[in-house]
Design a protein around this ligand. Structure first.
Ligand code: PMP
Length: 375
């Protein structure tokens, strides 16, 4: 029977207790949210919502076409200019998602005959970029500039190293300065995904590359998402103008994709301006993460020291992780649950996200619930 093999896979998933289900989030959820990526609490900010509304009124519900046909509005240009300026890069190009931005950056910068050196902990979208690229990928040990340098040393011709700046599972930061040095030694480019760094790390949330002194470098390309700190939807690539021009001409997820919806662009632009005016939001998100980690550790839980806003708590097994997250939910707390096959290292964990708008009382309540429901 066509698709019969799907039933076998589904049965195996059920046996392993690893079935994923979609649960609609109520608009006025009473749950305390430590699962979303709304790090700065901007997704529902009145100015962000107003930005989306105004953009939809002016430009319509959709972009109406690909960026090279009808899908580029003045708003897209404004967002690209302000994103590039804020993060300290020459140019930016906006995509319909961070996923598409990553596919674009990796595929367009790794031509036939090139080498891509990819961190073992990279996000799925970078991994998929490597799979789609014409270049050859070598996966290297996590957060290890020496391993990157060694891999680059084996290759003649164009090469890029690819890494998350903040790893989405454990929330640890990449050694960006070391990676840049290893790349420079071998004349290679560096592509970093700052999805979890923008809005949280660097001066006023200008991102991890800015914090590492790499902003504006002619051999560094940064991808971001508009869907986490900026509370909207979409992605962008930031870098030298010649790289951006190359992407406009060569990146398939740019050329063949409908432009970012105007409402998403308007919301992201409003959020970016808010962040520019209220840089303390970035500091507060980091403080909340540190406080959360300290209290979890004091409660005897095994939590990874956070480098940004993601706090990862170890669970004994995939099944217990799923049950733990469900028990938290029943007790009024929404947490993320990462377990195989989403985590390549096989370690299951609860994934908590610090938000700039969490109160001390909410942090304490969250830790009480997590400690009280631990397996
Ligand atoms: N990179 C990383 C590190 C991410 O965590 C995510 C989102 N989960 C993405 C890229 C994809 O971004 P988007 O959701 O905008 O497609």
């Amino acid at each position: 029977m066509a698709f019969g093999w799907i039933d076998e896979q589904a049965a195996a998933r059920r046996r392993a207790g690893l079935v994923r289900t979609l649960r609609p989030r109520p608009a006025d959820s009473p749950l305390l949210d430590l699962a979303s990526n709304d790090y700065l609490g901007l997704a529902r900010h009145p100015e962000v919502v107003a930005g989306a509304e105004a953009a939809a009124r002016t430009w319509g519900g959709g972009a109406t076409g690909s960026r090279l046909v009808t899908g580029t509005t003045e708003l897209h240009g404004e967002l690209e200019r302000e994103l590039a300026d804020f993060c300290g890069f020459e140019a930016a190009l906006v995509f319909s998602s961070g996923y598409a931005a990553n596919l674009a950056a990796v595929t367009a910068l790794a031509p036939h005959g090139s080498l891509i050196v990819s961190d073992a902990g990279n996000h799925a979208s970078l991994i998929d970029g490597c799979r789609l690229a014409r270049g050859t990928t070598q996966v290297v040990a996590h957060a290890d500039p020496d391993a990157v340098g060694k891999a680059l040393g084996t290759h003649e011709g164009p090469a890029v190293a690819v890494s998350d700046t903040v790893f989405s599972v454990d929330g640890d930061a990449a050694p960006l300065a070391g990676l840049a040095e290893a790349c420079r030694e071998h004349g290679a480019g560096l592509v970093v995904d700052d999805a979890h760094g923008l809005g949280v790390l660097g001066a006023g949330g200008r991102g991890a590359p800015h914090a590492a002194g790499l902003a504006g470098a002619d051999d560094v390309v940064v991808t971001v998402t508009l869907s986490k700190s900026l509370g909207s939807q979409g992605g962008a690539v930031l870098g030298p103008a010649r790289v951006v021009e190359h992407l406009v001409n060569a990146a398939r997820t740019f050329i063949f994709d409908t432009g970012l919806a105007p409402a998403a662009a308007g919301a992201a632009l409003a959020a970016l301006r808010l962040l520019g005016n209220e840089p303390e939001r970035a500091t507060r998100a980091r403080e909340v993460a540190t406080a959360l980690h300290a209290r979890l550790t004091a409660a005897g839980l095994e939590a990874v020291r956070p480098d940004a806003a993601v706090v990862s708590v170890r669970a004994p097994s995939p099944e217990e992780a799923v049950q733990w997250a469900a028990d938290c939910r029943a007790a009024g707390l929404l947490v993320g649950c990462f377990r195989p096959p989403s985590v390549p290292d096989g370690i299951s964990r609860l994934r908590l996200t610090a938000r700039a708008d969490l109160s001390e009382e909410q942090i304490e309540r969250a830790v009480r619930v997590i400690g009280g429901t631990r397996p």
